[in-house]
Write a protein of this length. Structure first.
Length: 417
């Protein structure tokens, strides 16, 4: 197997079976619906116009492209719908490096030539191996045709390669129709940590951010959106249609959703709320009624609270059914029949106790809580003083209405920096 740079293939002479020059390579095309890695065809500029040379009709690539068929058998290029063109759609474009968790610009593309695997077949296979994002690719393109070939190769040998395997590359396509036709998704991106996705998204242009959030599943999009800076977060939601925005906001923690919608114009907030599921909408609407820089404005309504007679087994069962964030299970609260906060049991005690143990016997003293109207500074002081992971919030009747997690406090402090 040998490698070949896309910049070296573009402009290469194409010869017909007799050895006569028929044209030059103008583009290299993939058909992602069939194979994301394998080159499907070459677009060749000939005297009679651009023609499509199927790669199955290429006999060799060595100092030029040798075709096994004559020019007259190559179809005329009637548009490139459904094709991904390596020069047009990849060179100098931004892509997502999944392994490096960042956005990079493509300077060249490295192709791999594979000899025919089956006896009697003369056609090689050309695959995309990696994208060059370093100086080597840029220099190769800049000096190709200017510097002597031998001198250029000598110079390139002194420049360390900086490439990303094609399997670690996620493409960004802003046109929804082309995303579907080219089967461009962000399945690999979705496997990253939400904070990494947020960092990547913040480096993209507005229309590229929208494209990413259009293709991520709702849960992943919601987790990533919560990690994005507030200004960018707002811009993303405003760029999405109301239905899609509602699907994502529905999956966010209620407190994060309320903070986001509270920053949007009233009309836009109403459009999204109308599209949300009733239960999620109610939680968010209740939080929107509170001032943002208070305990009530920071709290989430997703928490675990059990009656006073609950056992450790009841607590474990409730955790299995809990659909909120992981950080919200670090403490389980006990409330009486009126919803009044009575006690708090840390997860560590539950793990070490027997299933039949009454939860009331495991409560942690003293019981630390906050009233709804307490400001951000006091909330932060309580977390710092008592090394809290969670802080319950009560109303004027001492009823448990929500909790503030350490993540909420960290986000709050970052916003104040």
């Amino acid at each position: 197997m040998t490698t070949l740079a896309l910049s070296e293939l573009l402009g290469a002479t194409v010869y017909d079976p007799s050895g006569a020059a028929s044209g030059r390579v103008r583009e290299v095309a993939l058909a992602p619906q069939e194979d994301r890695n394998r080159v499907a065809s070459l677009i060749v500029k000939t005297k009679s116009g651009n023609r499509v040379l199927p790669f199955a009709s290429v006999s060799s690539i060595n100092g030029g492209v040798r075709a096994a068929t004559v020019t007259g058998e190559w179809a005329a290029t009637n548009g490139t719908e459904g094709l991904f063109l390596l020069e047009r759609d990849l060179l100098d474009q931004q892509v997502i490096d999944i392994n490096g968790r960042k956005v990079v610009r493509v300077n060249d593309v490295e192709l791999q030539i594979e000899a025919p695997k089956e006896a009697g077949k003369a056609s090689p296979v050309l695959r995309v191996l990696s994208v060059d994002v370093g100086a080597r690719g840029a220099v190769r393109r800049l000096l190709r045709g200017v510097a002597p070939r031998a001198a250029l190769h000598l110079l390139l040998g002194k420049i360390p390669p900086r490439s990303i395997p094609w399997n670690f590359v996620d493409l960004i396509e802003t046109d929804p129709a082309r995303r579907v036709k080219l089967k461009i998704s962000h399945e690999r991106l979705a496997k990253l940590h939400p904070a990494d996705i947020a960092d990547i998204v913040e480096d993209l242009a507005p229309d590229e951010r929208e494209a990413v959030f259009e293709t991520l599943d709702e849960e992943t999009a919601a987790e990533a959106l919560e990690e994005v800076e507030p200004k960018v977060q707002k811009a993303i939601v405003e760029s999405l249609d109301s239905e899609r925005a509602a699907e994502i906001v529905d999956e966010m923690d209620p407190d994060a959703a309320a903070d986001l919608l509270g920053d949007l114009p009233d009309e836009r907030t109403e459009q999204i709320l109308v599209q949300m599921e009733p239960e999620g909408r109610q939680d968010v609407v209740e939080l929107l009624e509170h001032k943002e820089e208070t305990a009530a404005g920071r709290m989430t309504t997703e928490f675990l609270a059990l009656p006073l007679h609950a056992t450790v087994k009841n607590a474990v069962d409730s955790m299995r059914e809990f659909e909120g964030g992981v950080e919200a299970v670090s403490t389980i609260y006990l409330v009486d029949s009126h919803g009044t906060l009575v006690g708090a049991v840390p997860l560590a005690k539950i793990v070490l106790a027997e299933p039949a143990t009454p939860m009331l016997s495991l409560t942690q003293e003293p019981l630390i809580f906050s009233h709804q109207g307490v400001d951000d500074n006091e909330v932060a002081e309580l977390f710092d003083k008592y090394n809290l992971l969670m802080l319950p919030v009560i109303d004027e009747s001492n009823k448990l209405t929500g909790v503030i997690t350490s993540d909420d406090v960290i986000s709050m402090l970052r916003a104040k920096l």
